[in-house]
Ligand binder design. Structure first.
Ligand code: THU
Length: 162
């Protein structure tokens, strides 16, 4: 038959906290700290994000829910939009995301939702430098993606608008 298939591979590094560099561990700590301050009275699912810019600034974000459910925003986008608003000239080197149930003690790794991947992906394309994404759970449950591109194959982008 006449059709062909285009394949794209996605990969994640699975690692442990002790394997990470000091700055990565510190960024995880900042994301955990941010999760505690999440406003998530409806889901009780506390998500924290922390990103590091190329000049060493750390910006935190957490999920901000609302009684009108779709008006809320994920932790990742709160952090990214905050960074873009405050430091528009800076590149984002890395972002950590972590989560925990309100009543739990342990953190769990989550992968960003599609909308957050879309937003992170556009920032990544514009800055022409990959954003490292660290999804941090317990000690031995750390997942790393070297770029956002890796997590969002066949993405929509501004190239279609031209
Ligand atoms: N949430 C995030 O903040 N980031 C994610 O990656 C997944 C989902 C939030 C949205 C909502 O406040 C709660 O988690 C439950 O979906």
């Amino acid at each position: 038959h006449m059709s062909k298939r285009i394949k794209q591979e996605i990969s994640l590094e699975v690692t442990a906290l002790a394997q990470l560099e000091k700055w990565q561990q510190e960024l995880i700590h900042k994301a955990e700290e941010a999760a505690i301050n999440a406003y998530a009275p409806y889901s009780n699912f506390l998500v924290g994000a922390a990103l590091l810019t190329n000049t060493g600034k750390i910006i935190q974000g957490n999920n901000q829910e609302n009684s009108a459910f779709p008006s809320g925003l994920c932790a990742e986008r709160v952090a990214v939009f905050s960074a873009r608003a405050q430091h528009p000239e800076e590149k984002i080197k890395a972002i950590v995301v972590t989560a925990k149930q309100k009543t739990a003690n342990e953190y769990t790794a989550v992968t960003p939702c599609g909308s957050c991947r879309q937003v992170l992906s556009e920032v990544e394309s514009n800055q022409e430098q990959p954003i490292h994404l660290i999804m941090a759970g317990a000690e031995r449950e750390i997942y790393i993606s070297d770029s956002i591109e890796n997590l969002l194959p066949f993405k929509f982008s501004s190239k279609y608008l031209k």
